[in-house]
Design a binder for this molecule. Structure first.
Ligand SMILES: [Zn+2]
Length: 483
């Protein structure tokens, strides 16, 4: 009997934690952070301390109540967590498979027992490593590839195996085949899983309008005719389809119409496709690109990834020096840790490092990429000419916290006299593409995940795919039997 446990990412966007159980084998499909639940109880200033992480997260439902899956060192110092889990089910878990390097899909691997091996794409490994190396906080929840035992304070490596499209992973009675899909981060995967003659496909996060949409079509081919399909429906309620080339057209138009002014663009750090678009637009318009050091470091590490082509940046790129420490932009004195090391390496390679005052003198020459909201304060030093564009090329805020963050950004833009423009192509498929994927795969059973609108999903599937059965998971029915 094949059973699916919906422990996260059901009835919510992100936080995917699905347990597929066949006979005495079990595999987690993702173990992400349930942002929607976490946000209800915790914030930057209201969060658990090391000995209370598990108990507070279990109490509030941020992580599922399952025995035998969490870090033993944390359980030993958190007795309330152990008592909560005493009576909890203890399924066998052979491994956790990570679909891609977004926190809502892999973040809470940090709390899993190191006895559970983790599987991820080789470039996903590289991206998570990059994030771990460049994050300033050494928090428990960042400890994915390594973890520090809280009792003996020794850093240990997790058991991580990497895969590529076309590999066959055998775990217990399962055979799992990862197949790439197009999403807003490189190395995103869907999976076709076989157990006891039954097949199930899991899309991970996907889109069909991105520059690499053929990857999603490869997944569709491999998944065709599976018994059950676990499909993400983030944008099931949206019909608008903006493609990357639409973003490129807008960016190009705006750079051209703001001759003589500094162009600043806000881009998500790991949105590699968007970075490529910005690089092309800069080149076509004869502007030099200024990147945040973190983004430059990521591009440098992606150069070592198989199957990913990082555009050559040549002399056309420089790296922004944030104003820190003494305020004199002295690499040795003002920057620390990975940042100092990276800046030094880039400097040795001949990459230009550029400070705000220097950008200020030559505004029309540059496109400045910003990847974090707080980077807007750098513009206070650069002093862009009034009416200079600030292009927001990230997803729209979709929760209260992000709304507040956006409001602050808009206040800064107003204070600095910037003109705010927006263009973005989503990492997720819109309604038409989701339905197309479902009908092409033609599974007998369809299970929606990663969506807040299962009602609409149900309605659309029953109208467009009358031959398929829709199964919902979560709420009062957290475990369903397949086949
Ligand atoms: Zn994602």
């Amino acid at each position: 009997m094949l059973r699916l446990w919906g422990l996260g990412g059901v009835g919510e966007i992100g936080g995917n934690k699905l347990l597929l159980e066949g006979g005495d084998s079990g595999v987690f499909l993702d173990f992400g952070v349930s942002m929607s639940v976490k946000r209800r109880f915790f914030s930057l200033h209201l969060r658990p301390r090391t000995p209370t992480y598990l108990s507070l997260y279990l109490m509030t439902g941020v992580i599922p109540r399952l025995g035998g899956i969490y870090r033993e060192d944390l359980l030993r110092i958190d007795s309330p967590a152990s008592s909560i889990l005493d009576k909890a089910p203890k399924p066998r878990v052979d491994a956790c498979i990570v679909s891609h390097a977004h926190i809502d899909h892999y973040g809470h691997v940090s709390l899993l027992s190191p006895n559970i091996p983790i599987y991820m794409g080789s470039t996903t490994h590289l991206l998570i490593k990059h994030r771990q190396e460049t994050s300033s906080q050494r928090e428990l929840e960042g400890q994915v590839l390594h973890y520090r035992d809280v009792e003996d304070n020794v850093e240990e490596e997790r058991r991580v195996a990497t895969f590529r499209t076309g590999d066959k992973i055998r775990l217990g009675g399962f055979t799992i085949r990862p197949i790439h899909v197009d999403h807003s981060i490189p190395a995103s995967y869907g999976f076709v899983i076989e157990w006891g003659g039954q097949t199930i496909a899991y899309t991970g996060d996907f889109r069909m309008h991105g520059p690499k949409s053929e990857l999603t079509w490869d997944f569709v081919e491999e998944a065709r005719g599976v018994d059950a399909l676990l499909v993400e429906g983030t944008r099931i309620g949206e019909v608008e389809r903006v493609e990357e080339r639409d973003v490129e057209r807008d960016l190009d138009k705006w750079v051209k119409s703001h001759e003589g002014k500094l162009v600043s663009i806000m881009v998500s750090e790991m949105d590699f496709d968007r970075l490529q678009t910005v690089i092309r637009v800069a080149e076509e318009n004869g502007r030099s690109l200024i990147l945040p050091v973190k983004v430059m470091k990521m591009l440098e590490s992606l150069k070592t990834a198989q199957g990913i082509k990082v555009p050559s940046l040549g002399d056309n790129v420089s790296v922004l020096l944030d104003r820190r420490g003494s305020g004199r932009y002295d690499i040795e004195r003002d920057y620390r840790g990975w940042m100092r090391k990276t800046l030094q390496q880039l400097h040795d390679k001949g990459v230009e490092l550029i400070s705000g005052p220097r950008i200020s003198k030559n505004q029309s020459k540059y496109i400045l990429v910003l990847s974090r909201p707080e980077s807007i304060t750098e513009l206070a030093w650069i002093k862009p000419e009034p009416g200079s564009p600030l292009i927001l090329s990230t997803s729209e805020p979709h929760n209260e916290e992000q709304e507040i963050e956006r409001e602050k950004l808009m206040n800064w833009a107003a204070l600095l006299g910037l003109k705010v423009l927006k263009c973005h192509a989503s990492g997720h498929a819109e309604q038409g593409s989701i339905l197309r994927l479902i009908s092409e795969i033609g599974a007998k059973t369809i299970i929606p995940i990663h969506t807040e609108d299962e009602e609409l999903f149900s309605k659309l599937v029953s109208t467009h795919m009358p031959g398929s059965r829709m199964m919902r998971i979560g709420g009062t029915q957290p475990i369903i039997t397949l086949g």
